[in-house]
Write a protein of this length. Structure first.
Length: 552
């Protein structure tokens, strides 16, 4: 609901004129008001018309609106004119799909129910597009499920929600920013308090296509494609994200991009997090094989689409599972990034084909990905496996069954080398580049026999924290990364290698030397040990804090 202690009527004319107060220049009143807190702004609201306008602006009272079908008339009444509309920066829409009301004995979503969910989501998006013209924040759909009446399998669905007939949506000429967020928390023991449904990734592009002046595209989704390691086979079967719909979602994004790309010419900034929340991914069992999401192709078309999107950008933040085509094409063409200034890519430690960029100390993670087949899709009817589950739903505690099998912290040169080389070659073709980072989230938690006597301090003296492996670069006369304040605004390029004891070979190192060499000269300062972690892996905080500061 939209509830404020502020006058909402656009017919409000303010207090009787006071020649002294009303004669103050608006700029002066704005300079005063921007330093006042919300309570003080309430007190100045009725002093004069200039103070009224300033209070409305700096209070933030009219900057965000949570829209639903029940309050659209209030929304249009308040924001229909220019007075409050000019303050509006964000409109939120929390979507849902119809509550379950069919046969409670069925363990699976039927094809008819999935179609009904798509139609419901589509109707809500059409309502949104018909009601508003700003920054949009759309939440992934939730679903009401009567606990105790329906099987717990209905809480977890790998099928994606689709936007039907996106061409029928009107263009929204005033929206400059679009964000798609998770609709609810993903933290739970056996099942979440608010069940969600995953969006097909092409929905991002279907919406963006209808925003002709879109400048910023954001998403925070995808962490629910992974599941925490568990020793319970029944929980594993319940929580899994089936590989078939996951592969289809990436392919749908590619197909949409190939046709929609010309409509995104105004886009200059992206913040796309496809591994959100990262905490959901940190506790996966890294001994298990990953799906090959690229088959039958040898390379990842999803990564290629993101690279093509990046050519027109000024800033780009990605958190993604990707291969080297994210940076460099396979067709022999030379890409160009004439305006890209800031780049941060967090890549997952496995590739889209299911191989791994990092392995364990006992060679865990050396297996290849498994092929996605017709058997990689969830059933549409109750199966014997559903009925044979022995989970004690009422008393199940996920922590009691959590498997600590996060051991892949050693670079695998066979897969990581080409990925790093592609990044370095691409960054060397970014003449406007100011800052860049390429990093992978690592975790070292093991509770099985092979590591019983292993000293985790050999990995990092901060091994109990979330870790990272990565490389950071800044051009001359740029603020240094935290930990090196004496090097702020140096006259030469700086590069930090947060890679523990690993070192690149001469050819790869020369490629990294090439980043900014043409624009800033041959001098570059390299750092190979962190001032706190020495030769071990560093805490993830150093990359998280940098990214939040640079891309705020």
């Amino acid at each position: 609901m939209f509830s404020l202690d502020w006058p909402l009527s656009s017919s409000f004319t303010g207090p009787p004129d006071s020649s002294a107060m009303n004669s103050l220049p608006q700029e002066l009143v704005d300079n005063i008001s921007e330093h006042l807190n919300r309570d003080d702004l309430k007190n100045t609201l009725l002093l004069s018309r200039p103070f009224q306008y300033a209070a409305e602006r700096f209070s933030g009272a009219f900057s965000t609106y949570a829209l639903n079908e029940g309050n659209v008339e209030d929304f249009l009444r308040v924001y229909g004119g220019q007075r409050f509309y000019r303050y509006l920066r964000e409109v939120e829409l929390k979507t849902s799909v119809p509550a379950l009301d069919g046969d409670p004995d069925e363990c699976r979503d039927s094809a008819a129910e999935l179609r009904k969910m798509d139609e419901s989501f589509t109707r809500q998006i059409k309502f949104l597009f018909s009601a508003i013209n700003i920054e949009l924040v759309i939440y992934t759909p939730t679903i009401a499920i009567a606990r105790g009446r329906y099987c717990v399998h209905r809480t977890f669905s790998s099928w994606r929600i689709h936007l039907l007939s996106p061409d029928s949506l009107p263009n929204l000429e005033s929206v400059r920013s679009l964000c798609v967020e998770l609709g609810a928390s993903t933290s739970y023991d056996l099942e979440p308090d608010t069940p969600m449904r995953k969006l097909d990734l092409r929905v991002l592009l279907d919406l963006a296509e209808k925003l002709p002046i879109l400048n910023l595209l954001k998403c925070n989704i995808g962490g629910d494609e992974w599941m925490q390691g568990t020793s319970s086979e029944d929980a594993h079967y319940l929580w899994q994200d089936w590989a078939g719909p996951r592969q289809d979602s990436r392919r749908d994004f590619v197909q949409a991009f190939n046709s929609i790309a010309p409509a995104l010419q105004k886009l200059r900034h992206v913040r796309l997090d496809f591994i959100y929340p990262l905490e959901d991914v940190d506790y996966t069992d890294q001994r298990l094989a990953m799906p090959d999401l690229t088959h039958p192709s040898k390379h990842d078309a999803f990564s290629t689409s993101l690279r093509l999107l990046s050519h027109q950008l000024r800033t780009m933040t990605l958190r993604v599972i990707a291969d080297h085509t994210l940076f460099w094409p396979n067709d022999g063409t030379i890409p160009s990034w004439p305006n890209l200034e800031q780049l941060s890519v967090m890549f997952y430690i496995a590739t889209p084909s299911g191989s791994w960029y990092f392995r364990g100390l006992h060679n865990e993670g050396e297996h290849e990905g498994f092929e996605v087949t017709t058997k990689s899709y969830p059933p549409l009817e109750t199966t014997d496996e559903d009925e044979d589950s022995e989970l004690d739903y009422e008393y199940f505690n996920a922590l009691d069954y959590r498997t600590e099998a996060q051991c892949c912290v050693v670079p695998n040169d066979e897969t990581l080398g080409p990925f790093l080389a592609a990044f370095a070659k691409a960054a060397a073709l970014m003449p406007a580049l100011k800052q860049a980072a390429l990093w992978a989230p690592l975790n070292f938690l093991v509770d099985w026999e092979q590591y019983e006597d292993f000293d985790a301090n050999q990995v990092s003296k901060y091994h109990e924290d979330k870790l990272t492996w990565g490389i950071r670069w800044v051009r001359p006369y740029t603020e240094a990364f935290s930990g090196y304040p004496s090097e702020d605004f140096s006259a030469v390029r700086h590069m930090w290698w947060h890679v523990a004891k690993w070192r690149p070979d001469a050819a790869l190192l020369d490629l990294f030397h090439g980043i900014g060499r043409k624009e800033h000269g041959t001098d570059v300062t390299m750092y190979w040990e962190d001032s706190w972690c020495e030769s071990g892996l560093v805490s993830r905080d150093c990359f998280d804090s940098w990214e939040s500061q640079v891309f705020r």
